[in-house]
Ligand binder design. Structure first.
Ligand code: XIL
Length: 387
């Protein structure tokens, strides 16, 4: 209903300009290209929900010129109210040598966001992956005290540099194993070098990482974040228990992020909303932090089938709907675009087409499905009270 009214108004406005008088039967919606920038994800988002995308500052934003953006930068600014550094704030990028910090990619993210009135989601501070060689080398000999010192210095330096610029931080990323890993779902006290050094009490280290981050930027909302953490499952059960423990200890934990890396090779777990609701009931925010939907495309098949295109749209929309249904859902971020810049083809051979824009930067049906759901979610009206 809302959609029809809006289309009518736009169509009527166009006709008025052209003919100087209101057309009597302006019923058709204007074609996509005539809608200008009225209908964008960020404009249609409810007031308290950020729609975001990951972007790699070092690759995509260096030398950004507001007056002469690349087409990718134009779409990024137009469609998204939030950006996440895809790699630029990870240890290997930002802290490549002991005591040496490289801020250029992260700075480019923050500057682009400022120039385009966007928020920044920080990513990430404590993770088992993309750590620099020096960390892996040193970690073998670390005492817990030494590991804590290195981590504390890093957290205070990075979070402190961008204090006031970042609304949400993925503080701890993928700290639980999967149930198919050896030992099942438990903290990654082997793969994560910091948790390994403090394996006698890893929860204390996790809690202190949140405390250091909070001291360095008291305004930022601090998140746990993981994949395979959409529905109610053994991994989210473990996060739920950890969140309760941290909160009981007074740790400044504010949110649980579900990455949302899906594949059409698997089904969709429709307990996502229920999962969000249980974390919200703890007083936490929730977020979809890295959404993309991989499409398996066998060799010889020329792109996705019509059925796959539909499912790709439905899965994106299902994740967004789960978020829209829970007032504590603060952000919904897609993990980059277009497909040519996506991490998927490199990491998942045989799967592609995961993002919501084509390589020509045309919106896919998934984009339109999301836009429609945002429209129906009453733009500009906060679903939350008292915030
Ligand atoms: C990915 C990036 O997209 C790639 O460019 C990089 O090579 C590897 O990491 N979960 C996360 C993200 O939390 O940081 C990962 O990003 C994707 C999985």
């Amino acid at each position: 209903m809302r959609h029809l009214t809006r289309s009518l108004l736009l169509a009527a406005a166009g006709t008025t300009l052209a003919a100087g008088t209101l057309a009597p039967a302006a019923t058709a919606a204007p074609p996509d290209h005539a809608r200008g920038h009225q209908d964008t994800l960020r404009r249609q988002a409810p007031k308290d929900l950020q729609i975001g995308s990951a972007v790699w500052g070092q690759r995509d934003l260096l030398g950004y010129d507001r007056l002469d953006p690349t087409e990718h930068q134009r779409v990024l600014a137009r469609e998204f109210g939030s950006i996440t550094p895809e790699n630029d704030m990870k240890w290997a990028e930002i802290h490549p040598e002991p005591g040496v910090y490289h801020f250029s990619g992260a700075d480019a993210i923050v500057e682009f966001a400022r120039a385009n009135n966007q928020e920044v989601r920080g990513h990430t501070l404590l993770w088992h992956s993309q750590n620099p060689q020096w960390v892996s080398d040193a970690a073998a000999d670390w005492t817990c005290e030494e590991a804590r010192d290195v981590l504390e210095d890093h957290v205070r330096t990075v979070v402190g540099r961008y204090a006031g610029e970042i609304y949400e931080w993925d503080v701890a990323n993928e700290i639980f194993q999967d149930d198919w890993d050896e030992g099942g779902v438990r903290l990654r006290t082997e793969a994560n070098p910091f948790l390994a050094a403090c394996s006698e009490d890893p929860v204390a280290l996790i809690g202190d990482t949140f405390r250091w981050a909070h001291e360095a930027d008291p305004q930022a909302r601090l998140f746990l974040n993981d994949y395979n953490a959409e529905g109610v499952n053994t991994k989210t059960d473990a996060y739920y228990a950890l969140a309760q423990e941290l909160l009981a200890d007074g740790v400044p934990l504010h949110g649980m992020g579900s990455q949302g890396h899906l594949s059409l090779m698997y089904g969709f777990d429709d307990s996502m909303q229920a999962n969000f609701e249980r974390f919200a009931a703890l007083g936490l925010d929730v977020a979809v932090t890295e959404a993309d939907v991989r499409v398996p495309i066998p060799e010889g098949q020329d792109g996705p089938t019509p059925e796959q295109v539909t499912l790709h749209a439905e899965r994106h929309d299902a994740m967004l709907e789960a978020c829209l249904a829970v007032p504590s859902c603060t952000s919904f971020t897609v993990w980059g675009f277009p497909d040519a810049s996506s991490w998927v083809p490199d990491v998942f051979p045989g799967e592609e087409w995961a993002t919501i824009f084509t390589d020509d930067l045309d919106p896919k049906p998934a984009y339109h499905a999301m836009l429609e759901s945002l429209r129906e979610a009453t733009p500009g009206v906060s679903p939350r009270s008292g915030r």
